[in-house]
Design a binder for this molecule. Structure first.
Ligand code: NAP
Length: 327
């Protein structure tokens, strides 16, 4: 069985960037895409804040460019989904849905996170047509329009405040009568004239017109059961993210489903690195994921160079600050 130098798991901005760097370092990396190539950016209508593209470009086009660039430097792309890993032995074991088993000297986990959906009628059909999970990405398209934000956490309020730069009115719809968001954000929201709140209410469906654009939502008051229709141009949903890291549980140190890394992208097992949203639930930007993918690939390169001079147990012991027992 071939032992890969580096397997990159995931094909979002972090994974492809790691592929570009590792490819250029002649590591001949293997990148396993996951089910949705490109991750969250692939479902983003337009990316306008990624440096180097002053006119902006669509999410799918950016993904295509990332992939082309990674392949140009020799990254091999495998369309498969990693469903198990074993980091207790070295070379590491990586298994996929299609039944393949790989061995690798190093691994970069960049499996990302998925914005949680409401799971209501109209939501999937109207994604990119008024339904969005990213204010920073899509807010600009709602200049002069009225939007709603669903959720009561930091993301909902922070993104809601951001959306007031464009929208004439931002109505936060929250299922309870108090916000989960930090006090400072709550105060800012209360002071903002463009923000309004509907409490104790859930969205039960999203309606669109014949052009496929959002026109209204159906609401239900969870206290009174009262049902109403609310006109809106956009529905921004911020009810949390689910990290795509279940396959690493029990193998790496994790916190709330996210991989714990140090500042140089090292996970708890030497030779395993993580980049992008699977280890960062705070910044969640293409640009920050790209930076983390760069760091992970550079660290993997350094790790592999060290491995050339000695064996894994020595590198591991050094990385963990352990003393090896004499042979
Ligand atoms: P979060 O804190 O988990 O908040 C999710 C919100 O969505 C909660 O208000 C929750 O309601 C609501 N919700 C969940 N499921 C729902 C459903 N099915 N229907 C309706 N509402 C639903 O998630 P987040 O806001 O994305 O934040 C994630 C983490 O990142 C947090 O630790 C947060 O502090 C951090 N963060 C920090 C900042 C910052 O510091 N500036 C910015 C963004 C995020 P309940 O309140 O009733 O549970």
């Amino acid at each position: 069985m071939t032992v890969e130098n580096l397997i990159i798991i995931g094909s979002g901005p972090a994974g492809f960037t790691a592929g570009i760097y590792a490819g250029r370092a002649e590591l001949n990396p293997l990148l396993i895409t996951g089910n949705e190539i490109g991750g969250q950016v692939a479902i983003t209508y337009e990316v306008e804040n990624y440096p180097g593209f002053p006119e902006g470009l669509s999410g799918p086009e950016l993904v295509e460019r990332f992939q082309k660039q990674a392949e140009r430097f020799g990254a091999r792309i495998e369309y498969d989904y990693v469903n198990a890993v074993d980091f207790t032995q070295h070379p590491f074991v990586v298994r996929t849905q299609s039944g393949k088993e790989y061995r690798a000297k190093s691994v970069i986990a960049s499996t990302g996170a998925t914005p949680r959906k409401l799971g209501i009628p109209g939501e999937d059909e109207l994604i990119g047509r008024g339904v969005s999970y990213c204010g920073t990405c899509d807010g600009f398209f709602f200049r002069g329009k009225e939007v709603v934000v669903v959720g009561g956490g930091d993301s909902a309020i922070e993104e809601g405040l951001f959306l007031t730069r464009f929208a004439t009115k931002v109505t936060v719809i929250h299922r309870r009568d108090e916000l989960r968001a930090s006090k400072i954000l709550q105060n800012r929201a209360a002071e903002n004239e463009k923000m309004a709140f509907i409490w104790d209410t859930v969205v039960t469906s999203i309606n669109g017109d014949e052009n496929g654009a959002v026109t209204s939502i159906m609401l239900e008051n969870v206290q009174t059961g009262e049902v109403s229709e609310f006109a809106t141009d956009g529905v921004f949903i911020f009810i949390g993210h689910d990290p795509n890291g279940w396959m690493f549980e029990g193998q790496l140190d994790m916190k709330d489903g996210y991989i714990v890394t140090n500042r140089r992208m090292h996970a708890s097992v030497p030779g395993v690195f993580a980049a992008g949203e699977i280890q960062d639930n705070h910044f969640r930007q293409v640009a920050s994921s790209v930076g983390q993918g760069t760091m992970a690939a550079m660290e993997a390169e350094k790790f592999l160079a060290e491995l050339e001079d000695t064996d894994y147990e020595v590198v591991k012991a050094e990385a963990l600050g352990l003393e090896l027992a004499p042979a």
